[in-house]
Design a protein around this ligand. Structure first.
Ligand SMILES: O=P(O)(O)OC[C@H]1O[C@H](O)[C@H](O)[C@@H](O)[C@@H]1O
Length: 440
C-alpha cells in the first residue's frame, strides 16, 4: 500500500486487514504519502463521510439505496472509473532488485541466493509472495515454507510474530527443513521476525538487536528509536556497538514518528523498531515494512557467508538476555464514580510513582530518570545484576500493562508480588483487576 504511493505516485490507499489480530478483527488501514492515518485523521474522515451521507440524504448503515456505498459512488464518479491494478509483482521486483544489488554476487549475479535454503511462514496472510516471488526467483530453495496461501480464518497459528505460537511454528519448520534462515510475517507483512539455522527464535528484543547490528555497521553512531518495553540488555548491546538508543513509547507509530522528528531536527536516526516486530528504516521512507526488514536480513546472511563470517545468529552473541520476563495486563473497569478509564489509569500511575519514590518498595527500587510513558523502575539485584518494571497504560485498551524483567532467577515473582501489595493497599476504590498478578 505504501509502495503504491511512494513509488507509483498514487494519492492514497486503503487496506482491509486483520493485521496481526484474529480473523474476526478485520479493519481498514488508510495511507497517504504522509504515512498511516492518525486517530485524528480517522475522526475527520468519518466526519466527512457522515457529512457526505447527510448531504445525499443517506443514512449511515443503509445499504438499500444507490448512494449508500459512499466509496463506491465516489469511485464511480472518477473519470476512468475503477481499474484493477496488481502491484504485487512490481513490489516483488523492487525487493528482488534490492537483494541483487545488496549481495552483489560475482558468481550468480541474477540468482544471488543459490545454495541457500530459506523457509517463510506467512501465517496464511499476504506474505507468501515473499517466498515464491522474491526468494525463489533469486535461486533460494524455499522447500518447507508454510501457510503461504491467504486464508482469512488463519487456521494454522496466530499470525503474529510477537506470539509464541507463530514463532514456534516458524522455528519448527526451519529446523525440519534444515534451512539457513526462517522468516515469519504477520498477515499484512508490517511485522516480521526471523529464525536462525539453529532454530533460535529471533523476535522482539533479539530482532531489534540484530537489525541494530546491521544498521550500525552501515551507519556508525546512528540513533535507534525503540518502544518502551525493551530490555536493559538491548540498550547495552546498542551502546557497545557505538549506537545511541532512545527508548520511547509503545506503538509503532509513536516510534517511527519520533525517528522522523529526530531526523528533522538533524539527529541522524536510521532505525526505528518496536518489540512487536514493526520496524522502519530511514532508507525506506520510514515505512514499517516487514518484507523490507527481511530483505536486509537475507542480504546480511549472504554477505556474512561470502565473507567467511559465521551465521547471522552469531550477531547476537553479546546480547545479554534477562533470566526471566513477564507481562501482565490488568483490566480497568469504569465505575459511576470513575467513568474515564484513562483517568483511573493515570491515578494508579501517579500513586505507583509516589510509592516507589517514598521507598515503599524498598531501597533497591528506583525510578528510571527517563520515562516517556508510565514509570520504568530499576531494581538493583545481587552482584551488579539488574531488574526492571514498567507500569503504563495500554495504547488502545482500558488496561494497565506491567512488564517485568530480571537478570536473576525467581525475582519476577517477587517484584510482581510487591506490585500486587501496592495495588491492594493503595488502589482501593479503583476497579482494577489485579488477578493476573497472583497467577503463578
Ligand atoms: O499498549 P498495548 O495494549 O500493549 O498495545 C500496543 C500495540 O498496539 C498495536 O498492536 C500496535 O500495532 C503496536 O504497535 C502497539 O505496540
Amino acid at each position: 500500500m505504501f509502495y503504491s504511493i511512494v513509488k507509483e505516485g498514487y494519492e492514497g490507499s486503503i487496506m482491509l486487514t486483520a493485521s496481526h489480530m484474529p480473523w474476526n478483527s478485520n479493519g481498514l488501514k488508510f495511507f497517504t504519502a504522509a504515512g498511516g492515518f492518525e486517530k485524528s485523521d480517522v475522526a475527520s474522515m468519518l466526519q466527512m463521510a457522515s457529512e457526505e451521507c447527510a448531504a445525499k440524504g443517506v443514512m449511515i448503515g443503509d445499504t438499500s439505496s444507490e448512494n449508500a456505498h459512499v466509496l463506491a459512488s465516489a469511485l464511480a464518479q472518477q473519470p476512468g472509473g475503477i481499474q484493477q491494478v496488481n502491484f504485487l509483482p512490481r513490489y516483488a521486483d523492487f525487493l528482488r532488485e534490492l537483494i541483487i544489488k545488496g549481495v552483489d554476487s560475482k558468481e550468480h549475479p541474477k540468482q544471488p541466493l543459490m545454495g541457500l535454503k530459506i523457509v517463510v511462514d506467512a501465517g496464511n496472510g499476504a506474505g507468501g509472495f515473499f517466498a515464491t516471488e522474491v526468494l525463489a526467483p533469486l535461486g533460494a530453495d524455499i522447500t518447507g515454507s508454510q501457510f503461504l496461501d491467504p486464508d482469512g480464518s488463519f487456521p494454522n497459528h496466530i499470525p503474529n510474530p510477537e506470539h509464541p505460537s507463530a514463532m514456534a511454528a516458524g522455528a519448527k519448520a526451519t529446523t525440519a527443513a534444515g534451512a539457513d534462515l526462517g522468516i515469519v510475517f504477520d498477515t499484512d507483512v508490517d511485522r516480521s521476525a526471523i529464525v536462525d539455522r539453529n532454530g533460535r527464535e529471533i523476535n522482539s528484543n533479539r530482532f531489534i538487536a540484530l537489525m541494530s547490528a546491521v544498521i550500525l555497521r552501515e551507519h556508525p553512531g546512528t540513533t535507534i528509536v525503540t518502544d518502551s518495553v525493551t530490555s536493559n540488555g538491548l540498550a547495552d548491546f546498542i551502546a557497545a556497538l557505538g549506537g545511541k538508543h532512545l527508548r520511547f513509547k509503545r506503538g509503532y507509530k509513536n516510534v517511527i514518528g519520533k525517528g522522523m522528528e529526530l531526523n528533522n531536527q538533524g539527529v541522524e536516526t536510521h532505525l526505528m523498531m518496536e518489540t512487536s516486530g514493526h520496524g522502519a528504516l530511514k532508507e525506506n521512507y520510514f515505512l514499517d515494512d516487514g518484507a523490507y526488514l527481511a530483505v536486509k536480513v537475507v542480504i546480511e546472511l549472504v554477505r556474512r557467508r561470502l565473507s567467511g563470517q559465521g551465521d547471522i545468529g552469531e550477531l547476537l552473541d553479546t546480547l545479554k538476555e534477562p533470566a526471566e520476563a513477564a507481562e501482565y495486563r490488568l483490566r480497568i473497569t469504569p465505575t459511576p464514580e470513575h467513568p474515564d478509564f484513562k483517568e483511573v489509569g493515570q491515578m494508579v500511575l501517579d500513586r505507583f510513582h509516589g510509592w516507589v519514590q517514598s521507598g515503599g518498595a524498598g531501597p533497591s527500587w528506583s525510578v528510571d530518570p527517563i520515562n516517556h510513558e508510565g514509570w520504568r523502575i530499576n531494581v538493583a539485584e545481587d552482584e551488579g545484576r539488574r531488574g526492571w518494571l514498567l507500569l503504563r497504560q495500554s495504547l488502545h485498551d482500558p488496561l494497565l500493562v506491567l512488564n517485568v524483567e530480571s537478570e536473576s532467577s525467581g525475582r519476577v515473582r517477587d517484584y510482581t508480588k510487591k506490585v500486587l501489595e501496592f495495588m491492594l493497599q493503595s488502589c482501593t476504590g479503583l476497579a482494577i483487576d489485579v488477578a493476573p498478578l497472583s497467577k503463578k
